[in-house]
Design a protein around this ligand. Structure first.
Ligand code: ATP
Ligand code: LTN
Length: 334
């Protein structure tokens, strides 16, 4: 608890361009929850280097991502928006938690298996211990809730296990966090292969809607989205492409899948795809406008980066000092 409010933590990696999946699965829920909780939203750049990055590009993407958090509607005076690399407590707690995590647990992580298959030439130890750093992120702020997409649930589970293991030895040090999944949009699928999740690292640009795509591109990508030959808008497990488009339309308009099926009764896929594209553009156009305005105001963004790193550091270090004491590190001499 901070000032009688429960704590929320979440983050995104500054790898690639954000997709509609990132927006509907994560960012949108961040906005809904931001009044109710004391929120920490991190640009998790330490996580990004588990895959090789170009330094200048990483720096530029990280700043864009931080700006995008604000453009999406998160007030940086109320929400702590900061770079993970500016708060060294993340790396320090991560080391300690490494010593409370088993190889066998990490071996089971599906994201590790996927990423190591994808980057077979660079299966580094950081990629393996990625979930421990994520646990450190969350536990440092004593977070009660962590809004993420479905793909991150396994990482939340291991975070809870590590926290419970630590608490069982040393007493109540960490709050045990709960994941938060939105009602719709928790898993947006690729527009080109609806059996795969939409991902910012997909090589096929037509598979994802990027938050910075213009309206024509958005409409074109939806027109080309892979569906089926049934030709009627129905919500079931066999028409997986249409299922995904209904999920997107539902998350963008607030309509339920049943209402959507009724709305497009007797209409073809062409009409439906156009409506989905327009509903997405209606959300993304204002966001892009705010982003371009904010991006120009260098001093404002710099101020936020500085102020929020200090705020995050204050809370993170409180937990870190407690943990250091518990495990038996010597007290600092003042
Ligand atoms: P990468 O392709 O580089 O692994 P990613 O697109 O999966 O990236 P992350 O940075 O790993 O994105 O995820 C940021 C947040 O967005 C997480 O909370 C994640 O669960 C959520 N998210 C990512 N992809 C989707 C998706 N297709 N549908 C819903 N949520 C998603
Ligand atoms: N692994 C997450 C990003 C992430 C995160 C976190 C999310 C790193 N630390 C803490 C929630 C809480 C991902 O989206 N791939």
């Amino acid at each position: 608890m901070i000032d009688d409010k429960k704590v929320l933590f979440s983050g995104m990696q500054a790898t690639g361009n954000l997709t509609l999946g990132n927006y509907l699965g994560a960012l949108k829920n961040w906005l809904t929850l931001s009044d109710e909780y004391e929120c920490f939203y991190s640009v998790v750049d330490l996580h990004s280097i588990t895959v090789r990055q170009d330094p200048a590009e990483l720096r530029s993407r990280a700043r864009k991502l931080l700006t995008l958090y604000i453009a999406a509607g998160l007030d940086p005076k109320k929400n702590c928006i900061y770079y993970q690399s500016h708060v060294s407590a993340h790396a320090e707690l991560s080391w300690i938690l490494n010593c409370f995590t088993y190889m066998g647990e990490l071996n089971r992580m599906t994201q590790f298996k996927d990423k190591s298959a994808k980057h077979a030439d660079n299966i580094n130890a950081g990629l393996f211990t990625y979930p421990v750093l994520m646990a450190a992120d969350i536990l440092l702020y004593q977070a009660d809730v962590v809004p993420v997409g479905k793909d991150q649930l396994q990482h939340l589970e291991i975070t809870r296990d590590i926290a419970q293991r630590f608490n069982a030895i040393y007493g109540d040090v960490f709050t045990i966090p709960e994941p938060y999944l939105g009602k719709s949009g928790a898993k947006i699928m690729s527009l080109q292969d609806p059996t795969k999740k939409m991902s910012k690292s997909d090589e096929n640009v037509n598979a994802s809607i990027y938050l910075m795509d213009d309206k024509d591109t958005i409409i074109r990508k939806f027109k080309r989205a892979v569906t089926d030959s049934d030709g009627c808008v129905a919500y079931n497990d066999t028409q997986i492409g249409i299922h995904n488009l209904i999920d997107i339309y539902s998350a963008c308009t607030g309509k339920t899948p049943e209402e959507i099926v009724k709305e497009f009764d007797g209409k073809g896929y062409g009409d439906f795809k156009l409506a989905v594209g327009e509903s997405v553009a209606d959300i993304l156009m204002p966001l892009q406008e705010r982003f371009h305005q904010l991006e120009k105001d260098k001093a404002y963004i710099d101020g936020i980066i500085k102020e929020n790193a200090e705020k995050a550091g204050y809370f993170a270090n409180k937990t870190l000092r407690k943990v250091q004491k518990k495990v038996g590190f010597p007290e600092r001499i003042r």
